[in-house]
Structure formats: C-alpha cells, structure tokens
Design a protein. Structure first.
Length: 488
C-alpha cells in the first residue's frame, strides 16, 4: 500500500505518519512491544526546556546542495544556526578538496510590521535577491512558526516566483510548531526534493547506490568498491543534477533510518529504486544483516560473503583485545533515535554494559513498515534488554539520569548535550560523524576512542570540581521523569 503521497504540498508530520513520541521511560523491549501492539501513547511533560526545531533539520539537508540556495522565511532569530551550517559546509568542502565558498543562505527577516500586514513582499524580495546573488538552479524556501501563524501563502508565492525567475522555487513546510518531532524537518526537505527536483530515470545504473547520510567521512567508496558498487552520497554536498538522477540508482541504503526513512521509501514507491530494509550497519550482527540485504537487492550475494569474511578476520585480533579491556565498562548513550540504537549495539558488541540510553524521539514504525528495519528490536534480540528512555533533549532529565547512574563513559552525538557529562565529571565522548562507528572498522574505532576517553578522565574531573550545575539538589533527588505525564 503506498505510504508516500507526493500530491500534497506538505509532508504529514511524524506524530500522525509514524506514531512518533518524545516521552518514554522503561526498557527497550517494552518500547518495541508497545510500538507494535498500539498501546504506546505520547506522554506530555508538565515542564520542558528548549528543544530543536524542524526548520533546522530541513535546512540542514538543503543548505549544502552545491548549486541551490535557501531562503528561510522567518524572523532573523530562526536563522541562528546559519553560522553552524556554513561551518559544516566549508569543512565539508575542505575535506573534499573543493574551493571554499559560503553556504547560500538568506533570511527574509520578518518583523513586527510583517506579522501584522503579511510577509509576502519580503519573501519575494529575498527570493529575487537569492537568484541575483547566487544564480542557483533551485531556490528552496523554508517556512517558520511566524510565517505559518500569519498564514503567508508561501507555496503560492513560490509558484509565482518560479514563473518570474524561470527556475524552480520550492517551498518546504517546516514550521517549528507543526511537529514536536524535529526529524519531521528531514521529511519536509525530502518531500520537496521528491516532488519538485527528482525526475524519472532515463537509464538505470546497476552499480550506483544512493547513500542517505549527513556529512560523515567517505567509507563506502572502499567497501562498496569491493562489491563492484559505487556510493552516491545524498543529500548534503550533492548538486541538483545528481538529485534529479537519484532514480537511476540500483538501490538506496541509509546509515540511519531516522534520517532517511521518508526519502528511501519515496524513492522506492515513486521511482522504483529498491530500499535496503535491514537494521543499521553498526555492530557485527547489524552490519552482517545490512550487507547481506544489500547483496540480495543488487545480486552481489557472493561478493558480500567474501567482504564479510575478510572484514571479520581482519578485525578479530584487535576486537578480542578491546573486548577484554572493555568488559563490564558501563556506557550511557544519547543520540537521535536510530543512531542511539546503533550505539547500544556497538557498546554491547564490545562487551560493555549499558545501564541506560536516552534517544531524542521514537518512531513506532518506519515508512516502509518492514520489521527487518526495526533497529531497536534488533538490539534487544541480539544483545538483550536495555533500560531505555525517550526525551527530546530535555537537559534536566538527562542530567538527573546521568547523575544517578554515574556511568564510566557518556557517549553522545549532539554537541549541546555533551557538556552535561563533562560537568558531572563523567568521561564524555562526542562523535558527530555518523560513519565513525559504522561497519566492522567502526567497532574498532569506537573501542579505541572509548579506551582513550576512560583512561584520561583528569580534564572532566577537574572541570566538575569547578562547576556549579544549574540544577538544585532538590531536582537531582527527584525521579528523572517526574514531569512526564502518564499519556493519553
Ligand atoms: S521556526 Fe519556530 S521553533 Fe523553529 S526556530 Fe523559528 S520560532 Fe523557533
């Protein structure tokens, strides 16, 4: 049954499409069971701190398309992350040996006047300015709470500007208030690409594999090369021409289905590119399953078996040594949903204990609906139960949890959160590169990094001695999820 509807201008939010929630505490196994039997409900908090926004996640996908521009139709404050995207863009260009250039980002600067009288005129001016300054092939227009509340007809203006400028001007509906799940912003950006950028395949390339990722190191050129395949990394650092031709690929893989679920499903349903449906390629069991499914989809089963055997043999001596040294070390994991599951797999594969994990949201299902892609169930089946919680970056809950559990190491993927482990004097390891832990070599990467971190605790201990937490003793003695309601 089709699940991706490209006839609508707006992507359905994850709460309604995937049954996603932002509050849970219990075990990983119970969360999987309740996701399947329909009993899992959102649990609202009676107190929250700030979180992330879908506008940011949408922009992070389109801001680094090399020949596109982005107009953020919003008050200037919504563009607070532009500097960060520019940094990522320049770092990515440097890594690839390209000429450094700034990201092509503009903000329409909605102010009080526009909130009363409408911001359509400013949006048109900003779009024209983007065309003049950057000469892009496509202009993406991202919306905001303000543009949504005042009801600017952004989609209509984009159509008008497409006519006027002669290039696609594509609206992305990602108002922060639309969804509590900021990953909806990824879907909104992909919805726009699927609807307005991609074209049906004129030819097929049996070697080409779309790899939906953020901006990690290139590890697939080598791994896929040994299978006679070629990775096509999307969406950051692509061109509009590359995106138009995603439909030519033999398959789509994702390193994190929290990121790519919508685009991969859309590619399969509307453009006939099969999605590799498997747990994420982290930890040996997940990596085996992921490569075997890729082999099945592309007819490379024999080559995949050779690759698996070679890689396992290669890493075996160092892996055994790491397991011996890390046995029983307690690691706490915090990350986006599926990446968090993947990190648990890595830790358990290294022989470590996981006294707790906290992910930023939970999707009851993925867009393809195939249970083989259920990465949390995969972790429970392969490695056993894990105490598990879902909190959308509520620092007060995380600090309380960490303070109680006092793990030997805190492993986190988002930089705003890593500081809490360090302030508590817990050796903390921040890794933004999603490919660092991927595959067989990823296990060794993580093992070495964890060892390095736990054997050098002096800095965080010193930091903790000189830090006063913003949370009181009263709060730290409460149950960490005291403000989480019981659910509808
Ligand atoms: S779109 Fe809304 S939630 Fe997002 S940054 Fe702007 S005001 Fe904040």
């Amino acid at each position: 049954m089709p699940t991706i509807n490209l006839n609508t201008a707006e992507v359905p939010i994850r709460e309604s499409r995937l049954g996603s929630v932002t509050g849970y505490k219990g075990s990983a196994g119970e969360l999987c069971r309740r996701s399947r039997d329909g009993s899992l409900k959102e649990r609202e908090r009676s107190f929250t701190q700030c979180a992330t926004c879908a506008s940011i996640t949408a922009i992070c996908q389109v801001a680094m398309i090399r020949d596109a521009a982005v107009v953020n139709h919003a008050p200037l404050g919504c563009a607070g992350d532009f500097g960060n995207f520019n940094f990522i863009n320049r770092a990515g260009q440097a890594k690839r040996g390209w000429r450094l250039a700034n990201a092509k980002l503009l903000n329409s600067n909605l102010d009080e006047q526009d909130i009363v009288f409408g911001g359509g005129g400013k949006l048109k001016d900003a779009v024209r300015e983007a065309k003049t300054r950057f000469a892009p092939k496509v202009i993406f227009v991202t919306t905001s709470c303000a543009s949504g509340i005042i009801g600017d007809d952004v989609a209509g203006i984009c159509e008008e500007m497409t006519e006027e400028l002669g290039i696609p001007v594509v609206s992305i509906s990602c108002e922060g208030f639309r969804s509590q799940i900021w990953a909806t912003g990824f879907d909104a950006a992909y919805h726009a690409i699927l609807r307005r950028v991609m074209k049906p395949a004129a030819t097929r390339r049996p070697d080409l594999i779309n790899v939906i990722n953020f901006w990690g190191e290139d590890i697939f050129t080598d791994l896929f090369g040994r299978l006679g395949l070629t990775p096509n990394y999307v969406v950051p650092f692509t061109t509009i021409g590359q995106l138009e031709r995603l439909s030519e690929a033999a398959a789509t893989v994702q390193v994190c289905s929290t990121l790519g679920t919508y685009l991969a499903a859309g590619l399969e349903e509307h453009f006939g590119v099969p999605e590799v449906k498997a747990p994420s390629p982290y930890g040996i069991a997940g990596t085996d399953a992921w490569f075997r499914e890729l082999g099945r989809v592309t007819g490379k089963e024999a080559e995949v078996e050779v690759l698996i055997a070679e890689e396992k043999e290669r890493i075996a001596p160092e892996l055994a040594e790491l397991r011996e040294r890390l046995a029983g070390v307690r690691g706490f994991v915090s990350a986006g949903a599926v990446h968090g599951h993947s990190l648990i797999a890595i830790l358990r594969e290294l022989g470590m204990e996981v006294p707790g994990a906290c992910v930023w949201h939970h999707d009851k299902r993925l867009d393809h609906g195939d249970p083989r892609g259920d990465s949390l169930q995969h972790v429970v089946t392969e490695y056993g139960e894990v105490p598990f919680s879902v909190c959308n970056k509520q620092s007060f809950e995380l600090v309380n949890l960490l303070n109680r559990l006092r793990p030997d190491i805190f492993i986190v993927r988002h930089n705003g959160m890593a500081v809490w482990g360090a302030k508590l004097g817990i050796p903390t390891f921040l890794m933004g590169d999603e490919h660092f832990g991927l595959g067989y070599e990823g296990l060794l990467n993580y093992g070495r990094k964890i060892l390095d971190t736990i054997t050098n605790p002096a800095f965080v201990r010193n930091l903790a001695r000189h830090t006063r937490l913003p949370y009181t003793e009263w709060w730290l003695s409460q149950e960490p999820f005291a403000f989480l309601g019981e659910g509808a």
